[in-house]
Design a protein around this ligand. Structure first.
Ligand SMILES: *[C@@H]1O[C@H](CO)[C@@H](O)[C@H](O)[C@H]1NC(C)=O
Ligand SMILES: *[C@@H]1O[C@H](CO)[C@@H](O)[C@H](O)[C@H]1NC(C)=O
Ligand SMILES: *[C@@H]1O[C@H](CO)[C@@H](O)[C@H](O)[C@H]1NC(C)=O
Ligand SMILES: *[C@@H]1O[C@H](CO)[C@@H](O)[C@H](O)[C@H]1NC(C)=O
Ligand SMILES: *[C@@H]1O[C@H](CO)[C@@H](O)[C@H](O)[C@H]1NC(C)=O
Ligand SMILES: *[C@@H]1O[C@H](CO)[C@@H](O)[C@H](O)[C@H]1NC(C)=O
Ligand SMILES: *[C@@H]1O[C@H](CO)[C@@H](O)[C@H](O)[C@H]1NC(C)=O
Ligand SMILES: *[C@@H]1O[C@H](CO)[C@@H](O)[C@H](O)[C@H]1NC(C)=O
Ligand SMILES: *[C@@H]1O[C@H](CO)[C@@H](O)[C@H](O)[C@H]1NC(C)=O
Ligand SMILES: *[C@@H]1O[C@H](CO)[C@@H](O)[C@H](O)[C@H]1NC(C)=O
Ligand SMILES: CC(=O)N[C@H]1CO[C@H](CO)[C@@H](O)[C@@H]1O
Length: 500
């Protein structure tokens, strides 16, 4: 069992091949060598986007060949940040260690124990003056500047910049304190109850990676709770039990662990352009929506999720975004303030090159499917995401009795600025009752989720299989590259800003 988890849920993260990065045209030059001007980058970006949109022949492979995606590897991490900002080790030593601890899920194993998958990142936040943060942030704003945007937007931009410029801490041990609530067994809202026992302290088996990431399965003992309560067995409850987690040595690593029974329903939801408005297909909007504007929900989607949490028994929500780890706190803050609480997955730092970008979602999905082989899954995403378009139907084919519904927002049906092609081929051969392309959240209203109903019969589904909007003549990888490309560009601009 240990082996199979190693091979799937963690192994790939450690073993993913990372071809030696080609020398970076903007990072490797001798100190203070002239770097590309950020305007050139924006120009290059615009050219790329225009060429994809107009189908004038420049394809994603050209884009990759152009070296721009190399910037994926260059959201600076650890020593890079130190070196680039000229931070001395001893200044950093004095800084408190912070832990990004992601809300975890756990399963009930064949040995009759709960086993929790904890994961996250350990880092320090260096002192960077407001002026430097403003300069860095100016680098990535498109068509505007820090002193032209409102104070709260400036704060958000500085926060995002500071989140990127953290120094990850490798080779440290992480210990998690699990704490049972003193409301033990209570709080039936959302089918989630506080565990009545199970408080304990467990060290994650492996030290953090060079990039500060930690991940591991922790076996829970059945300890007695504050009022003499215990953890319920997974085969004797349908309720999801929660334990609070605190990473030791910091108060930045609090999160919730969800002990999810073997049977029941899990909603796996992407975030960008389905739970929040990102407009990732429009670089200018995508950057502003991610870096300077407060995150806003997509239409009345929160109402739908709240409705399901209220009406469907024992529903488990799992949020899965492939946003880089550095931005995760902002994603979590928005999600948990707006949508039902649940477990959370994000892109570990090790998955930062282009091929990994295209495979990370499948990897995270495979991991949760392997952990809950008897649960039913409802998968939610949107058509602008080519990895979703590929991974979701593939999972339905690989696990026909496990995937209950796939719901995809048809992005082009409501957003005329969306002009990228998408590939529906993966859905060919799936029962039509298993998936639905919808236009607005209301289309999902009143569906009998518990009864297994996935399709709103009041409007016709007329899906043709193949590239949609292919008149635009691009390849399907484009969108995934574009999505991560936003980050790539930001990294590039930041690096540029530092070099000049
Ligand atoms: C649940 O599993 C435990 C062993 O893990 C077993 O002792 C118990 O009888 C099972 N309960 C039910 C209701 O099957
Ligand atoms: C950025 O904001 C988030 C959410 O408010 C906060 O948790 C985080 O600590 C901030 N990051 C930095 C580096 O200041
Ligand atoms: C981490 O914990 C392991 C096992 O307890 C120990 O051998 C190792 O020295 C620790 N590493 C650090 C950096 O403290
Ligand atoms: C924990 O122990 C109590 C008391 O023996 C038992 O009722 C409960 O089922 C156990 N829970 C688990 C998860 O083993
Ligand atoms: C984390 O939890 C601890 C213990 O409950 C608490 O003292 C601390 O304030 C929490 N930290 C944050 C940032 O909420
Ligand atoms: C629990 O999760 C692990 C890791 O994904 C998996 O290998 C194991 O089969 C799961 N156990 C059960 C009983 O489903
Ligand atoms: C998405 O909506 C557009 C515009 O209404 C329509 O042409 C297209 O067929 C829809 N795609 C799918 C897969 O339903
Ligand atoms: C569309 O998706 C199918 C199945 O995932 C794949 O075989 C095909 O190559 C894709 N087409 C394009 C043009 O990317
Ligand atoms: C189906 O979609 C329509 C249009 O958005 C909506 O009014 C209705 O509530 C949805 N649900 C059902 C079960 O018809
Ligand atoms: C479905 O779409 C095809 C073209 O994609 C069109 O020829 C056909 O009339 C449509 N059928 C319905 C029922 O809308
Ligand atoms: C690109 C990169 O830094 N990959 C790392 C992923 O994690 C393993 C295990 O710690 C490292 O050896 C790799 O260097």
């Amino acid at each position: 069992m240990l082996l199979s988890f190693l091979s799937l849920c963690l192994g790939l993260a450690l073993a993913v091949p990372n071809p030696a990065p080609a020398p970076h045209p903007m990072v490797t030059p001798a100190p203070r060598a002239p770097a590309l001007d950020s305007r050139d980058l924006i120009q290059e970006w615009d050219n790329y986007v225009n060429s994809v949109v107009s189908g004038l022949g420049s394809t994603v492979s050209n884009y990759i060949a152009s070296g721009v995606p190399q910037f994926f590897q260059d959201l600076p991490t650890g020593k890079d940040v130190e070196a680039k900002l000229g931070i001395a080790d001893r200044d950093l030593d004095a800084k408190p260690t912070q832990v990004l601890n992601l809300p975890a899920y756990g399963n009930y194993t064949d040995n009759g124990e709960w086993s929790v998958f904890v994961h996250g990142n350990v880092y320090k936040v260096p002192d960077i003056s407001e002026g430097t943060l403003n300069n860095l942030a100016d680098g990535f704003l498109i068509g505007t500047e820090m002193d032209e945007i409102p104070p709260n937007a400036q704060r958000q931009a500085r926060n995002m910049t500071a989140s990127i410029f953290v120094v990850q801490q490798g080779e440290v041990n992480v210990t998690i304190d699990f704490v049972a609530g003193d409301n033990g067994g209570g709080g039936t809202e959302r089918g989630v109850i506080e565990a009545a026992g199970g408080s304990q302290m467990i060290q994650v088996p492996d030290e953090t990676t060079d990039q500060g990431d930690f991940a591991g399965w922790l076996k829970m003992e059945n300890t007695t709770g504050p009022n003499g309560g215990y953890l319920l067995r997974g085969n004797e409850t349908n309720k999801i039990q929660t334990l609070e987690m605190h990473a030791q040595g910091t108060d930045s690593g609090n999160a919730t662990a969800y002990l999810v029974p073997p049977r029941g329903t899990t909603i796996i939801s992407d975030i960008d352009d389905i739970l929040r408005v990102t407009k990732i297909w429009d670089p200018e909007e995508g950057v502003l929506n991610s870096f300077t504007r407060p995150f806003i929900p997509w239409l009345n989607m929160p109402e739908l999720y709240a409705e399901w949490a209220r009406t469907v028994d024992d529903l488990h929500f799992h949020y899965l975004t492939t946003t880089p780890e550095q931005a995760t706190r902002n994603y979590m803050e928005f999600t948990f303030a707006t949508y039902p609480l649940g477990s959370f997955d994000t892109r570990p730092l090790n998955f930062s090159d282009v091929t990994a970008t295209l495979s990370i979602r499948k990897h995270l999905l495979d991991c949760i499917f392997e952990t809950f082989p008897r649960r039913k899954f409802i998968l939610v995403g949107d058509t602008s995401n080519s990895d979703v378009m590929k991974a979701y139907p593939q999972l339905a084919k690989d696990h026909p009795n496990t995937v209950q519904c796939i719901w995809l927002r048809n992005t082009s049906s409501t957003d005329y600025t969306y002009r990228f092609p998408y590939n529906t081929s993966g859905f060919e051969g799936l029962p039509a009752s298993q998936y639905m392309f919808f236009r607005v959240p209301d289309d999902l209203k009143g569906l009998d989720l518990a009864g297994g109903s996935c399709v709103n019969t009041t409007f016709a589904q007329n899906v043709s299989f193949g590239m949609q909007g292919a008149a635009l003549g691009s390849d399907a990888g484009g969108m995934a590259v574009l999505r991560s490309g936003i980050w790539a560009m930001i990294a590039a601009l930041l690096v540029t800003a530092l070099a000049v």
